[in-house]
Design a protein around this ligand. Structure first.
Ligand SMILES: C[S@@+](CC[C@H](N)C(=O)[O-])C[C@H]1O[C@@H](n2cnc3c(N)ncnc32)[C@H](O)[C@@H]1O
Length: 236
């Protein structure tokens, strides 16, 4: 799926997104934002902010910048900010999450809700999220990841060829996205509906606590060690 296909899919979805997906994505959004709101760091970037469903739920004492590739989704987010007078929203910008124009370490917390399985190159997205997050800062991701086996795995595999029309990759694999040897995974938990979504809380450092330059040595290779979906510690 290339950027044009994504723009066109979300241009189509925009008007009905909140009605169709609002409730489906609510538990994951709530769990992710609860974690974000517990963190002391106060300048937050949300990549793929969409129609801005999350924006009213951030602590009012933080500053949030949202970016998205879809002008139609952003237009709805802007109207929401205006209507609800969300003073903590610093900016909503049209930008590619894989090519962020922010300087290194510009944010304390970087959030991606249901966006990692949509972008053309998820590894590149994660690299950019790490680059603009302060070393040792927090990266929060909520997404659907493909089941490893069973009926759900079979359905997701069958849906994979239709990713262009769907606007996301049903067979998106957690192990090819997060390498626990490269980034400190603080916590991970599945959320409803039906445990379909996973919230991951990472610290922007190597697992041994070394705050290496955000993007140094972060390769494209999939992890050989599967990421365990054990109950989260950092997600309470
Ligand atoms: C499934 S929606 C999620 C929207 C929102 N985060 C939510 O929780 O409702 C995925 C969003 O990612 C955006 N997106 C996809 N690829 C992108 C990219 N490369 N850069 C920025 N945004 C992107 C889409 O336009 C869409 O708004």
């Amino acid at each position: 799926m290339d950027l044009d296909a994504i723009k066109s899919a979300y241009g189509r979805y925009a008007r009905h997104y909140d009605t169709f997906f609002g409730n489906l994505v609510k538990p994951g959004r709530r769990a992710t934002l609860a974690a974000a709101n517990r963190i002391a760091g106060r300048r937050i970037l949300e990549v793929g902010v969409g129609t801005g469903l999350s924006l009213p739920e951030y602590r009012p004492d933080c500053r949030v910048v949202g970016i998205d590739i879809s002008a139609e989704m952003l237009a709805i987010a802007r109207r929401r900010v205006e209507r609800l007078k969300l003073g903590h929203v610093e900016a909503l910008l049209e930008m590619d999450a894989e090519n962020l124009t922010f300087r290194d370490a510009a944010f304390d917390v970087v959030v991606a809700l249901y966006t990692a399985s949509v972008v053309p190159n998820p590894q590149r997205l994660l690299r950019e999220m790490r680059r603009v997050c302060v070393p040792g800062g927090d990266i929060l991701i909520c997404n659907h990841f493909a089941a490893r086996r069973g009926v759900r795995a079979a359905i997701e595999k069958a849906m994979a060829p239709f990713s262009g029309r769907l606007g996301w990759h049903p067979d998106f694999n957690l192990d090819s996205f997060i390498d626990p040897d490269e980034i400190h995974v603080r916590g991970m938990r599945t959320v409803n509906p039906f445990g379909l979504f996973t919230v991951i809380h990472c610290r922007n450092e190597k697992p041994n606590g070394v705050r290496a330059a955000a993007h140094a040595g972060y390769g494209e290779a999939p992890s050989r060690r599967p990421v365990s979906k054990e109950p989260a510690k950092g997600l309470g």
